[in-house]
Design a binder for this molecule. Structure first.
Ligand SMILES: NC(=O)c1ccc[n+]([C@@H]2O[C@H](COP(=O)([O-])OP(=O)(O)OC[C@H]3O[C@@H](n4cnc5c(N)ncnc54)[C@H](OP(=O)(O)O)[C@@H]3O)[C@@H](O)[C@H]2O)c1
Length: 268
């Protein structure tokens, strides 16, 4: 644990101070997602106060902070697989993932897997440069280039009804679960989150709001077209699971439970 790890204060649904804890026992309990084997999709995103989803360098790393990192480490420890869109894998320079050091007691024992969602199947070199290959979730058009890059055994081909590289995200989660990856942590990005919400597969949305403004330019944590992007349906309900505050910085860390049925009802 870093010496800069800040205390956090639980302010809803009850109040409690969470001092820095190398074992992160209390935080892990707060982010418990049910018994092992329960399929669960959690999305973790960060936003500036003005809604910006990335900083001037086009990366989310420039708008997160030590309080966000504290929870980020626990979420990675609890996950079987991190699911990201290809855009995020490129911009955020994903490589092979490692379990957060010191939190091994929270982990399943298996390596933390990376799964990249792509229509085109072209992956950044950095995610290919290691012996532990990522999983690739793609449609019909993306499968051949993806198989050439990572091997057919790491490609999850789940074409959606629309064809054209579209991915059936519910089938993708089933396929990950069949391979033992039931605890799915998505780290974005905004276009993947838009399609996941519209597909009605998101159980939980964790949003950190960091105390800064980036100004005009960056997009929000959700992007894309379709029912959510076009705001053609009613807003999708979200229920507050808990809210943490970093007393020092004012960073807000919320866990929202998503009404999947309502979200799915927005599909055209
Ligand atoms: N604030 C945050 O928490 C946060 C988190 C992550 C990323 N970001 C920021 O977001 C920006 C990137 O945004 P983005 O919207 O491009 O990210 P993204 O959603 O990760 O990437 C979009 C790409 O992912 C693939 N993809 C996404 N959804 C898909 C689906 N349903 N089916 C098939 N392919 C799908 C496509 O890849 P192909 O083009 O390969 O087909 C698409 O072009 C970066 O600046 C990054 O720093 C912010």
């Amino acid at each position: 644990m870093s010496p800069d790890t800040p205390p956090l204060e639980l302010v809803a649904p009850s109040t409690e101070l969470l001092p820095p804890d190398p074992a992160e026992t209390r935080l892990a309990a707060l982010y418990d997602a049910g018994p092992p084997g329960t399929r669960h999709l959690r999305v973790n995103m960060v936003s500036a106060v003005d809604g910006a989803a990335w900083g001037p360098d086009h990366r989310s790393g420039s708008i997160n902070d030590a309080a966000d990192l504290r929870v980020f480490r626990v979420l990675r420890a609890l996950a079987d697989v991190v699911l990201v869109g290809a855009g995020t894998a490129r911009v955020e320079r994903y490589t092979t993932l490692k379990r957060p050091r010191g939190l091994e007691h929270l982990c399943s024992g298996a390596p933390l897997e990376l799964a990249v969602v792509t229509r085109h199947g072209h992956l950044p070199e950095r995610v290919l440069g290691d012996r532990h290959r990522p999983w690739v979730v793609t449609g019909r058009a993306g499968a051949p280039p993806a198989a050439a890059a990572v091997g057919a055994d790491r490609v999850i081909e789940v074409p959606g009804p629309e064809g054209d590289g579209h991915v059936d995200l519910a089938a993708a989660l089933d396929a990950l679960a069949e391979r033992g990856m039931t605890r799915v942590l998505s780290e974005g990005g905004p276009r993947l989150l838009g399609t996941m919400l519209a597909a009605g597969v998101v159980d939980e949305l964790c949003v950190t709001t960091t105390p800064e403004l980036v100004g005009p330019g960056p997009g929000r944590i959700i992007a894309g077209h379709g029912p959510l992007g076009a705001s053609s349906g009613p807003p999708v309900p979200a229920r507050l699971g808990h809210l943490l505050v970093a007393p020092g910085s004012g960073t807000l860390i919320a866990r929202w439970e998503i009404d999947r049925a309502a979200s799915a009802a927005l599909l055209p």
